[in-house]
Ligand binder design. Structure first.
Ligand SMILES: Nc1ncnc2c1ncn2[C@@H]1O[C@H](COP(=O)(O)OP(=O)(O)OP(=O)(O)O)[C@@H](O)[C@H]1O
Length: 270
């Protein structure tokens, strides 16, 4: 039985960027919770503050006000409980290290024996289907394979939550579908808690157990939608389900309303 206790709590989060040319209120007032073992997707109009939100959650940016808590403790800086996978895999991997070296690097800050480290790295590379490429360098791999390395690095780190910021935006459609299935597989087989930010409405519905739809900036949570699709998902059959179409249409409609700045009645997707 998966553990479904509260993992992440965000309450009245607000972020204002201050600069000489004026202040930008990126996040108005965001509150939500995420349970351990959940896969939650976040979508919203372009520029609505998704990246700002993730940086605040990951302790990379200090909120102007409000609270972010992991396991009941306030997040005040980068936390070993979280691993972040960014869109720009090219810039997040070290070209002079091998695939294995890249995955192993963050583990050097944890108190593992060499044997434990090697086991974690091998296990993570197997999980992403890259054990055969352990001795290659990132620049010898395709974009999709490089993003798998970044994901392996996050898995090996054994975070309590993996935070992904539009991780597949820069890969081709076929690779993207494979990587989406990898994320689903990590979630279902390892019970990984994943917070996944995407521009792509279909991707959010295909992946998520919940989709948080954000308003336009200054941002709040316009809808917290339960995705009641079967947990075993498949690119062809799941996307062909009438319920998939209903849900993606509903999210699309919410985002159109968000762009127009309309207040939305929390109509369930029926
Ligand atoms: N460092 C900064 N200084 C000032 N304003 C910023 C800064 N970073 C982001 N912003 C502003 O905050 C708002 C939200 O930006 P953010 O990048 O978080 O949105 P996003 O939803 O991730 O964008 P996109 O959909 O384009 O990926 C935007 O108006 C942006 O211009």
């Amino acid at each position: 039985m998966p553990d479904r206790s509260t993992l992440l709590r965000v309450e009245h989060l607000r972020k204002v960027y201050e600069s000489a040319t004026g202040n930008v209120e990126a996040i108005g007032d965001i509150s939500f919770t995420m349970n351990a073992g959940e896969l939650v997707c976040i979508v919203g109009p372009s520029g609505c503050g998704k990246t700002t939100l993730l940086k605040c959650l990951a302790g990379l940016l200090r909120p102007t006000s409000g609270v972010v808590e992991m396991d009941g403790a306030p997040v005040t800086g980068p936390s070993p409980a979280m691993a972040v996978v960014f869109q720009e895999y090219g810039r997040s991997l070290y070209p002079w290290l091998t695939v294995r070296g890249n995955v192993e690097l963050p583990l050097r800050h944890k108190k593992f024996s060499r044997a434990q480290r090697e086991k974690l790295v091998t296990d993570a590379l197997v999980a992403v289907g890259l054990d055969h490429a352990a001795r290659s360098h990132p620049w010898q791999l395709s974009g999709g394979m490089q993003q798998r390395v970044a994901i392996a690095r996050a898995i090996a780190y054994q975070p309590e939550v993996m935070i992904m910021d539009e991780p597949f935006a820069a890969v081709d459609a076929q690779t993207r579908a494979d990587l989406e299935d990898l994320v689903r597989e990590l979630h279902t087989s390892r019970n990984m808690s994943i917070l996944f930010v995407t521009h792509d409405i279909d991707e959010s519905v295909y992946l998520g157990e919940r989709v948080l739809v954000l308003s336009k900036s200054p941002t709040w949570v316009q809808e917290d939608l339960a995705i009641d699709l079967p947990p075993t998902r498949d690119q062809i059959t799941t996307r062909a389900l009438p319920r998939f179409t209903e849900l993606r249409t509903h999210v699309y409609d919410q985002i159109q309303r968000a762009k127009r700045g309309k207040t939305v009645d929390a109509q369930p997707a029926r």
